[in-house]
Every structure is written in C-alpha cells, then in structure tokens.
Design a protein around this ligand. Structure first.
Ligand SMILES: N[C@@H](CCC(=O)N[C@@H](CS)C(=O)NCC(=O)O)C(=O)O
Length: 217
C-alpha cells in the first residue's frame, strides 16, 4: 500500500524546503518508498476532516490503510523502522540513532523555533530587543555543544542515519538567520545532507509545489 502524506498547498517559505513534510519526503526517498502527497490549504488544515488526522490542524500527516500518524519525528521513525537504510541493524547503534532523532526534535529544534518566533512574532514588543540576545545565546550555546560532539566526523554516529536526517532537517531551519555560517563544521554537515541524492529529490518535489514545474528525472 502506498502511503499518503500531507503538505502545504501554498508554500509559506516560497519553496525553500523548511516545512516539515520535507524531512518525511527525504526519509521516503532514502529508503525508496513510493508515496503520495496530498496538498492542503491553511483553512482545510483547521477543518474537522483534517483534524481527525492531526489533532493540532497541521502538516505533515501520514496515512497508510488504517494507520494515521502525525508528528514528523514519529512518521520518519515509522518509515525508518519499516525499511532498511535509515537505522543500523545493531540494536545499540539503532537506539543511538533514535536518540539523535529525539535530540534534534527536543533539544535543538525548540531553540531554533524560539529564535524564528521571536523575529517573526515579537518584533513589536517593548521587550524584544532585551530578549533577542538571550534567545540567540541559548541557541549558540547548544550549537557549540553540537559542533563539539560532531567534531571531524561525517555523521553523528557512524553511518548516515535517521538521526542525521532529522538533525540536518532541523539545522536547515537556521539558514534564513545566517547563524549556521558561524559554525563551519555544522554548515559542512548540513551541506553533506543536502548533497545526498535522496535529499535533492525531496527538495525538488516540494519546490515543484511552489513553482508548478515537475522535478526533472
Ligand atoms: N511537531 C510537529 C510540528 C508540525 C508543524 O508545526 N507543522 C507546520 C508546518 S512545518 C504547520 O502545519 N503549520 C501551520 C499551523 O500550525 O497552522 C511536527 O514535527 O510534525
């Protein structure tokens, strides 16, 4: 059965690949799983029909027969567990790869979102200028810790895994801020992810939604 995921009908980031369906598309591409993408409008996402799939009225969702999932992390883990290619066979290495998925979603992405939200939603607040450096410092501290752990390695723990897929997807959200450039090792790590053919296919597919042009190949 071919799974169906949901993605934005209109691309709020103008096709820069920052919405969370991209990490799911990337996982599908890494494991070679054909999939359908159903595009939803902002208003349709808040309707009861979509909320039956996603309680918070968001994308992405995943449907496969009777199974409905939401949360990009849960969806990527589901894909990685059902197909070879994104999780190591060794049980301990597998647990560590899943740990990196959680680290990306719990310990890195919230700090990145906090910065994006501050810039987007809090700019007019009287306390904006005082708060912004605190938000930036917290994020810089975490990125420093991550860069130390990555060191000279290509990927976070041995071979490329769903942990890297999720961490790189999360770090990509930093690009508009320019802050990633302050961490050359993390920038190079993200670039290695973006250079993967599976990522390129996923990126092209989401861009096609915005440009209306079918991806080549
Ligand atoms: N933690 C969720 C976050 C989902 C999320 O925030 N989705 C965004 C798109 S990337 C969305 O649907 N935003 C529209 C809205 O919240 O109304 C996940 O990882 O799937």
């Amino acid at each position: 059965m071919i799974p169906t995921i949901t993605a934005f009908e209109q691309s709020p980031d103008r096709g820069r690949g920052l919405s969370r369906d991209v990490r799911v598309r990337w996982a599908f591409e890494e494991v070679g799983q054909p999939h359908e993408v159903r595009l939803v409008s902002f208003s349709a996402m808040k309707e009861p029909g979509h909320r039956r799939l996603h309680p918070f009225g968001q994308i992405p969702t995943y449907e496969e027969g009777d199974l409905v999932l939401f949360e990009s992390g849960a969806i990527v883990l589901h894909i990685a567990e059902r197909h070879p290619g994104l999780l190591p066979d060794d049980a301990n290495a597998r647990a560590r790869a899943i740990t990196w998925m959680f680290a990306a979603l719990n310990s890195v992405e919230p700090l990145i979102l906090d910065l994006a939200n501050a810039r987007l939603l809090e700019r007019d607040q009287s306390w904006y200028a005082a708060r912004l450096p605190l938000v930036q410092d917290r994020l810089r501290h975490r990125l420093g810790e991550l860069t130390t752990r990555l060191g000279e390695a290509e990927w976070l723990d041995g071979a490329f895994s769903a942990g890297d897929l999720m961490m790189i997807s999360v770090l990509l959200r930093l690009k508009p801020s320019g802050m990633l450039d302050e961490y050359p090792k993390l920038s190079a790590y993200v670039a290695r992810g973006e250079a993967r053919p599976a990522y390129k296919r996923a990126f092209a597919a989401q861009l096609a939604v915005f440009t209306g042009k079918q991806p080549a190949g």
